[in-house]
Design a protein around this ligand. Structure first.
Ligand SMILES: Cc1ncc(C[n+]2csc(CCOP(=O)(O)OP(=O)(O)O)c2C)c(N)n1
Ligand SMILES: [Mg+2]
Length: 598
């Protein structure tokens, strides 16, 4: 990807050089020194000083403002961008109200361990300086408290010098694994005070984050010994790097060990899904076939797999597997008492508090290329049959099949796949083939994350594609405007079942358990009478809207047209009417509470 490729859509008239230097000028200069490419925002007077500095002091370049129509989208855009680049975007959030709007997206980034630099404005904290009414309703004490349970760090510095140190520290904490969102809140009067030319920025090169934690030699030795002696080793790959060299090393390790490999759709593509050692299609939950591998394994190596205990319980009917379990992750460093996204506590025989990618490298030194397992036959590939075609209309399985076949030649980067997407249609062979899910299960993030990821992919040879549920699309819809305004090519396909369908399944189950009419499951769920016209909602924002379409052949034609338009630079949304069903394997996993419900 080309670096520093400017969007240069909103060009400011150059300011006359000279004049005073303001507190927010120094903060903006530091953002540039940190190589922050964009500041996503919805405007607000609490950071009017910073806004002015970015536009008039730095000329709206490095960083460049990225206007979003909702703070939740601004953060989701930063989330999607960081998923692709690995680098934080800054997001400016207006006092209490902007921050309140942003919270769900911050939570998603937190759960996904994604770095985002949140910059708030507040006050003036000095009541003597406040404008009547609005400065009072938009001033609150300790704004960081709103998001402290799902950010790594926050601060409200009391001077410009302290603000520079706070931004430097925030950036360092955000990018250090486990990465995550951080929040620095600037008093409006601090931004608007004059500072001397002698106020120096921190020398960024002297404040770099530490290298990822390397596993201790004795832990590597124990893990290697267990894996070398294993007859049926299993790798469960979760949050790992997007680096292609690390990808190849993972494949090398699995092949040397002749280990079977599980991946899932909560995290980015991390292993070739068509490799013979990867026998089960990935899903949001562990499938029946994946569960059999867990039950059968004698050594399990979890590379920061999200929720190993949950996967084990699904696989082993609420019990623990017999295998020796190795878990490598630094996640424990960010667990706190507010959020339970740390998941159930798994039994771990060899815990390793280090970077999973560093462990893979170390294990390759400790597992010889000619280990005993290497000669063994590759396991049979278990591929469940695709879900049946819907009797009338388009099934999600049809949609998936047609989409992957039509896009295969265009180097698609799948930014999001909906819950019911069949794992058999996930043919991943590169970290950018699928960039992951929403992190915190906060619906409405899909469009924003799609725009942010597409922005990051805009100078690559990738076709950015997001397949979204209609509920997700409708909640986050106005993020599309940002893509159109900044000329970001993006293809969105909405799998439109006119419903918050996931929850219909919950109502059906509840009614069944209580002996009540299951046919009422749609009430309070279906978006009908009127059906929102998703393509027109896209067109209303300047995007190309295609559909609705309810025949698979028509969809194929429309998809080919959309690919052409996106390759020519357009943002394009296709509305595909799909049957309100998930594959049975998905629906039972979505519903089950363990161990009491089956
Ligand atoms: C902000 C938020 N509200 C509600 C939910 C509960 N929820 C989970 S999935 C879902 C349905 C999503 O609908 P859609 O995107 O259309 O996907 P579908 O299930 O229909 O395939 C809902 C409402 C949630 N996870 N997040
Ligand atoms: Mg839906």
């Amino acid at each position: 990807m080309k670096r520093d490729a400017r969007l240069a859509v909103d060009r400011p008239r150059p300011a006359t050089p000279g004049g005073s230097r303001w507190g927010s000028d120094a903060i903006a200069e530091l953002l540039r020194a940190l190589d922050i490419e964009f500041v996503a925002l919805c405007p607000g007077a609490s950071f009017r000083g910073l806004h002015d500095s970015l536009v008039n002091h730095l000329g709206n370049t490095r960083p460049e403002l990225l206007l979003a129509l909702h703070e939740e989208h601004a953060v989701a855009i930063a989330h999607g961008y960081a998923r692709v680049t690995g680098r934080p975007m800054a997001v400016a959030l207006h006092s209490n109200v902007g921050l309140m709007h942003a919270t769900m997206a911050i939570f998603n980034a937190w759960c996904d361990r994604i770095p985002v630099l949140l910059l708030g404005g507040v006050g003036p904290m000095d009541a003597m300086q406040r404008r009547p009414w609005v400065d009072w309703i938009h001033t609150a004490r300790d704004l960081g408290a709103l998001i402290r349970g799902y950010t790594k760090w926050d601060d409200q510095p009391a001077s410009v010098g302290a603000a520079l140190e706070a931004v430097m520290r925030a950036w360092q904490i955000a990018v250090t694994p486990p990465a995550g969102p951080v929040y620095v809140c600037f008093d409006a009067s601090l931004q608007e005070q004059v500072v001397g030319a002698d106020l120096r920025l921190p020398a960024v090169e002297r404040f770099r984050p530490a290298s990822p934690a390397v596993p201790p030699a004795d832990s590597v030795a124990r893990a290697a010994e267990a894996l070398r002696g294993a007859a049926r080793p299993l790798l469960m790959i979760g949050r790992v790097s997007a680096d292609r060299a690390d990808w190849r090393l993972r494949v090398e390790l699995a092949e040397r060990l002749n280990a079977r490999v599980l991946t899932d759709l909560k995290t980015r593509a991390s292993f070739p899904t068509q490799h013979p050692l990867h026998p089960c299609p990935p899903g949001i939950f562990v499938s029946g076939e994946g569960g059999a591998l867990i039950r059968d394994a004698d050594v399990i190596l979890c590379l920061d797999w999200i929720d190993p205990a949950g996967a084990f319980r699904l696989a082993c009917a609420g019990e623990w597997p017999r295998a020796t379990i190795i878990q490598c992750s630094v996640d424990q460093h960010c667990h706190n008492g507010w959020s339970m996204d740390y998941q159930a506590l798994p039994p771990v025989d060899i815990p390793i508090l280090a970077s999973p990618d560093a462990l893979v490298r170390a294990l390759l030194d400790a597992v010889p290329a000619q280990s005993s397992g290497a000669a063994a036959a590759a396991p049979a590939v278990v591929r469940p049959a695709a879900a049946p075609t819907a009797p009338d209309g388009v099934s999600i399985a049809d949609l998936a099949q047609v989409t992957i076949e039509a896009l295969a030649a265009h180097r698609p980067s799948y930014i999001r796949l909906p819950i019911g997407w069949p794992g058999e249609c996930c043919h991943f062979d590169d970290p950018l083939d699928y960039i992951g899910f929403d992190g915190g299960g906060g619906i409405g993030s899909g469009p924003g994350m799609a725009v942010g990821a597409a922005l990051a992919l805009r100078d690559s040879d990738r076709l950015p594609v997001a397949i979204l549920g209609d509920g997700d699309y409708l909640m986050g819809l106005t993020a599309i405007w940002t893509a159109v305004h900044y000329r970001v090519p993006l293809l969105v396909v909405v799998a439109n079942n006119h419903s918050f369908f996931n929850d219909e399944l919950h109502q059906e189950r509840t009614a069944r358990v209580r002996g009540r009419p299951v046919e009422n499951r749609w009430i309070g769920m279906r978006m009908s009478d009127p059906q929102p016209n998703l393509a027109r909602l896209a067109e209303g924002q300047g995007a190309i809207g295609l559909g609705p379409v309810d025949r698979i052949d028509d969809y194929s034609v429309m998809l080919a047209e959309a690919v052409g338009r996106v390759k020519a630079g357009a943002t394009c949304v296709i509305d595909v009417h799909v049957a309100p069903e998930y594959a049975r394997a998905v629906s039972s996993a979505v519903l089950r509470r363990i161990p009491d419900e089956r």
